[in-house]
Design a protein around this ligand. Structure first.
Ligand code: HEM
Length: 437
């Protein structure tokens, strides 16, 4: 029997939501398929935790939804790129960009990915301590800018592009969490900082676009050149470029950072990982061709994305009244679907909080509902960069793992910080040179 979502049980308090959203999401998951978070009176979302219902939202009834409120805030920063556009506009964006992300096209990026990783490793000194999240962010930003927009962007990085992007994401996350629950001066201060950051960011991006427009016959086959050929305006190009910066590096960087953390805590997994590297790579740098044989490395990444999904939740708003499972959502109501909570549900995973890459052996994913594991979302809005990301994560993990062993630094305390992506806060690691055997 269908019931109104607004009659679903209410779980949690605003304090819990701000202090520790992940714990609240897990707690809420266990209360029911649909719950109302925090309080029915204020504008907080529902949480949908049943994989079959998530399937309905992302696939069968996707037309009844638009993306979440948080993304509306994100638009301040990224504008109307493929991540935030809706309807016909989104369909067109996807049509232009999709060919760029097919396997045939992206396989050509494997050498670039390995090259930038090796460049990073030349800076690492045996025994020193490094902020591994930052290292992974830097290298993935270099890779995304080079593969998507050409090398010129990296020079612009010296103008503080990286810091600007970081600061922007921090401010946006705070805005999503805090606005309406803080003194107005704080909101104003933040809005001003956002505005200033945005102006500086725009200057850099517009300079890149102009430079490219002025190049005579463009021989490059990067994404920016393809976008230029579609006749987009500078503003449209700017929005797509910033979107890919945002979507295309932080997520993979955090996935890698979490994986290093997990490996450092599980020597038996690390040992098998090293054995596979030795067997498959035979002291050579990894290539696109070696990916098929790096099966255990792939499982390590899958398991890492299960426990610490970089996209820890996605949201949708009902465009019309719509029934999902046994619940009716009214037009305008919004809800979250949390990868973090679903991926740790004991209904689908044995020992759900434990790191066991072997669980991904063979057909495991066919034995659980499709949306019990959805690190890349699903349906028409599934992550366009999923193959790129998996290839990048595997190649980087293999290249680094071949040369270095990463240990958690003494006294380091690592905690998941759910910003736009799930960040391993405090991940300081000692990098130890390995002998290539
Ligand atoms: C481990 C790495 C990654 C994870 C976990 C991830 C996750 C996701 C998820 C969950 C979505 C769907 C959001 C929603 O439905 O609301 C998404 C969308 C998207 N991702 Fe990724 N992503 C990753 C890497 C990448 C990379 C490397 C790129 C680009 C090179 C990328 C580009 C995008 C874009 C453009 C969208 C929007 C697609 C659309 O709406 O049509 N992502 N990603």
């Amino acid at each position: 029997m269908v019931q109104l979502a607004k009659n679903a049980p209410v779980v949690g308090s605003f304090e819990e939501f701000v202090r520790d959203p992940l714990t609240l999401l897990v707690k809420a998951r266990d209360v029911g398929d649909v719950v109302k978070l925090v309080s029915a009176e204020i504008e907080y979302p529902y949480l949908v935790s049943n994989p079959d219902m998530i399937h309905e939202v992302l696939i069968t009834k996707h037309d009844s939804f638009i993306k979440s409120k948080n993304l509306q805030v994100l638009k301040l920063w990224v504008g109307e790129g493929i991540l935030t556009s809706e309807g016909e506009r989104h369909r067109k964006d996807r049509q232009v960009m999709q060919p760029f992300f097919n396997m045939k096209h992206i396989s050509a990026y494997a050498p670039t990915m390995v090259k930038f990783t090796e460049k990073m490793l030349t800076r690492w000194q045996d025994g020193e301590i490094r902020d591994i999240t930052k290292e992974m962010m830097d290298v993935t930003l270099e890779i995304i800018t080079d593969t998507m927009f050409g090398t010129s962007v990296i020079d612009k990085n010296e103008n503080g592009l990286r810091e600007l992007i970081d600061e922007g994401h921090r401010l946006i996350t705070e805005k999503i969490r805090m606005e309406g629950h803080e003194p107005p001066e704080e909101t104003q201060k933040r809005n001003l900082a956002l505005q200033q950051g945005l102006e500086r960011l725009n200057q850099i991006i517009y300079a890149i676009i102009e430079e490219r427009r002025n190049q005579p016959e463009n021989k490059r086959h990067d994404l920016l050149s393809s976008l230029l050929r579609t006749g987009m305006t500078d503003k449209q190009l700017r929005d797509q470029v910033i979107t890919i910066f945002l979507a295309g590096h932080e997520t993979t960087a955090n996935t890698l950072a979490w994986t290093w953390y997990l490996l450092s805590q599980h020597p038996e997994v690390e040992k098998k990982f090293h054995e596979e590297l030795r067997r498959v790579l035979n002291c050579q740098a990894p290539t696109y061709e070696s990916l098929t044989d790096l099966t255990y490395t792939r499982m390590i990444i899958q398991e890492s994305m299960r426990l610490y999904p970089a996209a820890w939740s996605i949201g949708r708003i009902a465009k019309e009244d719509v029934v999902i499972g046994e619940y009716e959502f009214k037009k305008g109501e919004w809800f979250m679907m949390s990868q973090y909570a679903v991926h740790r549900d004991p209904k689908w995973y044995k020992n759900p909080d434990e790191f066991i890459p072997e669980r991904f052996t063979g057909d495991f994913l066919k034995t659980i509902p499709t949306y019990a594991y959805f690190p890349f979302g699903g349906g028409p809005r599934v992550c366009i960069g999923n193959n790129f990301a998996l290839m990048e994560a595997t190649l980087l993990l293999a290249t680094i793992g071949q040369q270095f062993k990463l240990e958690l630094a003494e006294g380091a305390v690592v905690e998941p910080e759910p910003l736009i992506t799930l960040v391993p806060k405090g991940l300081r690691m000692r990098v130890l040179k390995r002998l290539l055997t």
